[in-house]
Design a protein around this ligand. Structure first.
Ligand SMILES: [Fe+2]
Ligand SMILES: [Fe+2]
Length: 302
């Protein structure tokens, strides 16, 4: 079992709390002369048939997709956390308050990502389509085993930590406004990762090895669903790039761009969470065989 507590998570979260108005609006605008995403996630450098302006446009389109995909996953995290809190509203006061704070922060993040997406649309000047709609994705995800859903949420929280610490924090080229969004999101997600670990442990309690395996089946099934959607997103991003640059890609260049971007999406949203040491450690505590099972599929998403 982890050593995390609801009380400590709530106190840390109250300390790092921020308001949307502190991050966006007024003088603070996106700078479209800069990239929005770190290269380790965007993977545009190797597309040598694109010039610098085209690579930057693709990078920003990926940033727009990131806003929307996070908005979309948080739309299933919010009801899931509320449903998890609901049956035990009396008893452990720290638990109730920590989970409601968690849900409140995710509602705020959904709002924040929407505000950034609006700013993006105003400044970018071309339509960028995204997968969804979020309510439909949420319905499909929430239909799976609750342990599987909780594992997906844990994966997403650790993934956010990794994106910021490994590739965003020290990247001086990124648009400061976009970077500020990712920093503030990271600050609150750090507590979510701990609360999610507690949720996973609660949902796994009393389950047999077979029942744990069924939870991991659910996690992998949701991963498969998201993987399909991300492939579609790579095609939507290519269409947006063509609109933004007025250049049509064909033949080998088109294939290459899609192959690189599908894999970039896989790493951004699947591999970077699934291979996170803390995520694997939690799965390993449920059953070492399930950890080994996940480690065997990770390379496909790197
Ligand atoms: Fe969030
Ligand atoms: Fe979160």
């Amino acid at each position: 079992m982890s050593t995390y507590t609801y009380e400590a998570a709530l106190k840390s979260s109250q300390k790092s709390s921020w308001k949307i108005e502190d991050i966006i609006g007024g003088e603070r605008a996106l700078d479209f002369s800069r990239p929005f995403m770190p290269e380790s996630l965007a993977r545009t450098a190797e597309l040598d048939f694109l010039d610098a302006r085209e690579k930057r446009a693709l990078n920003q389109i990926r940033g727009h997709a990131y806003l929307n995909i996070f908005g979309l996953v948080e739309e299933f995290i919010l009801p899931f956390v509320l449903d998890h809190a609901r049956p035990q509203l009396s008893g452990d006061d720290w638990r109730v308050r920590a989970l409601l704070q968690f849900a409140g922060e995710e509602a705020k993040h959904i709002h924040l990502f929407k505000r950034f997406a609006e700013e993006f649309r105003r400044g970018f000047g071309e339509r960028c389509d995204v997968i969804g709609p979020p309510a439909e994705v949420a319905r499909a995800v929430l239909a799976h085993d609750p342990l599987g859903v909780a594992l997906v949420i844990l994966h997403i929280e650790w993934m956010t930590q990794r994106h910021y610490l490994d590739s965003i924090r020290d990247d001086g080229r990124l648009d400061p406004q976009f970077k500020s969004l990712l920093k503030h999101h990271w600050m609150e997600e750090a507590q979510h990762a701990k609360l999610d670990t507690l949720m996973v442990e609660a949902l796994a309690e009393g389950r047999s090895r077979d029942e744990i395996a069924r939870g991991v089946d659910g996690y992998l099934a949701i991963g498969g669903l998201l993987d399909g959607a991300l492939q579609k997103q790579a095609e939507l991003d290519l269409a947006a790039l063509e609109r933004a640059t007025g250049r049509r890609l064909a033949g080998a260049e088109r294939e290459r761009l899609l192959a690189v971007q599908v894999q970039a999406n896989r790493w951004t949203y699947l591999g970077s969470g699934m291979s996170h040491p803390e995520f694997l450690a939690t799965v390993g505590k449920l059953d070492p065989a399930q950890r080994a099972r996940l480690e065997s599929v990770v390379p496909a998403f790197c």
